[in-house]
Design a protein around this ligand. Structure first.
Ligand code: ATP
Length: 301
């Protein structure tokens, strides 16, 4: 049996996010273009002789009990397969929390992968994805990763060709946003047709590997809620574009903004400006990363 596994749980951004309808069960049918980025949380899983799931994390305010998504992921598989050993999970967070980057979902996906491997449960990627949706709507995508169209509540996934390599600036203001709040306040009936992003257009642009066309079409319907609540998000978008991004958008339910840069020099300058320059008051966390394509890795993590 494997005694220790080191895993990377990558964050995501949305190149497009549309909401089609609210369902009877409270979930929403979505059409989202998901893209993994190179920013990740580090997770280690250690085998214990005694039963139980222990969690240690660097962020004091995160739950270390059954409310942590890594706990839910481990318990789901360990119960189903009657695993008698225990595990200790150490979670080092780098992906901003409550930020629209699916950090918790990605951690859960990595733990599904890790527990499957550690106890040789023999589940395929598709079987892990099926179980993942019980933990959260974005978990199946976080098991798949790369560039993908996400439909249904997030569990119907269609892989898309890799995005061309470019720099991605991630900037989060000093507010956290609850995904539930944003969806509860989304007034679909009150929106105009042009508030809905052109998801099919983004797919076409991705298929033709045209970063400029993708960038022109970035769109997120949840901006109608989150930006109204936190106008600083619009200011960050404007600043990032002023600093040379081909475009900028809020990710997920926010408040994180990402900017796409084709010039590495401009991306570096924008990072420096937001981190240390006159604009540093706008953001709490800022990272410079890139699109992360799964084909580059061999073992799935
Ligand atoms: P999404 O993009 O899927 O909406 P998010 O970025 O808005 O996700 P997360 O950071 O994934 O939000 O999760 C935020 C909430 O989930 C917080 O209330 C936090 O306490 C709880 N949580 C549980 N487990 C985790 C985890 N492993 N990492 C981060 N948050 C977690």
């Amino acid at each position: 049996m494997i005694r220790h596994l080191g895993l990377k749980a990558y964050g995501k951004i949305n190149l497009g996010l549309d909401v089609l309808r609210r369902r009877e069960d409270g979930y929403h049918d979505v059409r989202m273009i998901m893209q993994t980025v190179g920013l990740y949380d580090k997770i280690d899983i250690y085998l214990k002789e005694t039963p139980g799931i222990e969690i240690v994390t660097n962020l004091f305010y995160l739950p270390v009990n059954e409310n942590n998504l890594v706990y839910k992921a481990a318990k789901l598989l360990m119960d189903e397969f009657h695993v008698s050993h225990g595990i200790r999970i150490t979670l080092k967070k780098f992906i901003p929390v409550s930020a629209g980057m699916a950090g918790g979902s990605s951690d859960a996906a990595a733990v599904l992968f890790g527990v499957n491997k550690m106890f040789q449960l023999g589940l395929s990627r598709e079987e892990l994805m099926k179980r993942g949706v019980k933990i959260g709507a974005d978990v199946p995508y976080c098991v798949l990763r790369g560039t993908a169209l996400s439909e249904g509540i997030g569990e119907v996934l269609t892989p898309l060709p890799d995005m061309p390599q470019c720099q991605v600036l991630i900037a989060k203001p000093a507010v956290g946003v609850s995904t539930k709040f944003v969806y509860d306040n989304l007034n679909l009936e009150g929106l105009k047709a042009e508030d809905h992003p052109d998801i099919d257009g983004i797919i076409e642009a991705i298929k033709s590997h045209n970063i400029h066309q993708v960038s022109q079409r970035l769109g997120n319907i949840l901006e109608t809620v989150t930006i109204k609540e936190y106008p600083v998000i619009e200011q960050i978008k404007e600043k990032i574009k002023e600093l040379g991004a081909v475009n900028a958008l809020m990710s997920g339910s926010g408040p994180t903004v990402f900017g796409i840069f084709v010039s590495p020099k401009a991306a570096e300058n924008a990072y420096e400006e937001l981190r240390y320059g006159e604009s540093k008051g706008l953001v709490k966390q800022v990272y410079l990363t890139n699109f992360y394509n799964t084909k580059e890795v061999t073992n799935g993590q």
